[in-house]
Ligand binder design. Structure first.
Ligand code: UDP
Ligand code: MG
Length: 316
């Protein structure tokens, strides 16, 4: 087959796993080329997301020795989603026929790449890598991740359960992704909206090969918030619903409390607790509105998503 595959790998301070990652992905590409599943022009494209360790140096060295390895480095740490987008857009600009995004830590089983490409050849434009189990994840990670998927579903966001960012996109699907011009990126929400024929490949989620998770709590919360506010207006609608409940409750208590409880109802401590509670609710509502307003503010500025500091293609 002549389809050029790009494996897009974002990397932020991944010096401990990179050698292993390059070796494993090279073997997978060799295997697929020998089985004529993809073209020998296929590449592993690393996106160095402003690493502080020698991640970029490892990528540069690998680029000299390994014919598959390409690399771009971003001007600063932009976060996983933007690094992924930078890599996917570069794959598109390089005219790749297929792209597969995969984390550098090899937690997502690289062997599933072969299955994904086989599905592509059956006519699928999007192939989602889905975790069949999270046995290796800590209880807290598993619980919060699964609860989050369920919560998003409740909010009306279309998501693939237990799928993160390990996925294959055909050139056709990538072209559509290129048309999205959002600053707040939540790829796993955007891709299902693109449509086309899609399927899933299941794999066992492994432990990180080395190093620590690069998703700190702040990054996790930002991603979680983007997932909700970029795709659902339900939190805003909920405020309206809440206002009805408070209006009704206030009205009923005004009518009935003086009748049943008499003037003791106006006890100072009760009034203070009601004020504190209602202030809390109001502030929460204001915060939710502010959240959306803030996102609008970011979107209207249309600032560039990222800057590429170095592209190894340009140095040759
Ligand atoms: N990553 C990145 N920029 C960041 C954080 C993470 O490019 O700001 C990369 C990281 O190097 C890895 C992938 O995103 O290849 C997923 O990160 P990680 O494995 O730390 O997340 P976890 O699996 O713990 O959710
Ligand atoms: Mg990981």
């Amino acid at each position: 087959m002549n389809e050029v595959l790009y494996l897009v790998v974002p990397a932020f301070n991944e010096k401990e796993v990179l050698d292993d990652c390059i070796k494993t992905l090279t073997n997978i590409l060799d295997k697929m080329i020998s089985e004529s599943l993809v073209s020998s022009e296929s590449k592993i494209l690393f996106v160095d997301d402003g690493s502080k360790d020698n991640t970029w140096q490892i990528i540069k060295d690998a680029n000299k020795e390994n014919k598959y390895v390409k690399g771009i480095s971003l001007s600063r740490n932009e976060g996983h989603q933007k690094a992924l987008v930078a890599g996917l857009f570069k794959a598109f600009d390089d005219n790749a026929d297929i792209s597969i995004s995969i984390d550098a830590d090899l937690q997502d089983d690289p062997n599933a790449i072969i299955e994904m490409v086989k599905e592509y050849h059956k006519g699928f434009d999007v192939v989602y890598g889905v975790r069949s189990s999270r046995k290796k994840d800590s209880f807290l990670k598993k619980f919060t991740a699964e609860a989050y998927y369920k919560f998003l579903k409740l909010m009306g966001v279309e998501l693939i359960f237990n799928h993160a960012d390990f996925r294959l996109l055909s050139k056709k699907a990538l072209k559509c992704l290129r048309m999205y011009d959002e600053r707040n990126l939540f790829l796993r929400g955007i891709i299902p909206q693109i449509g086309f024929n899609s399927t899933k490949v299941y794999y066992e989620r492994l432990e990180r090969k080395a190093g620590k998770s690069k998703y700190n709590l702040k990054k996790m919360f930002t991603l979680a918030n983007d997932g909700i506010t970029s795709f659902s207006l339900k939190p805003l609608q909920f405020i309206k619903f809440l206002s009805y409940i408070f209006l009704l409750g206030g009205l009923l208590s005004l009518i009935f409390c003086p009748i049943f409880v008499g003037f003791r109802y106006f006890d100072l401590s009760i009034i203070i607790s009601v004020i504190v509670f209602v202030t809390g609710v109001l502030l929460y509502c204001l915060g939710t509105i502010g959240n959306y307003l803030g996102k609008n503010y970011i979107e209207t500025k249309r600032r560039p998503l990222y800057f590429i500091k170095e592209d190894l293609d340009e140095e040759k």
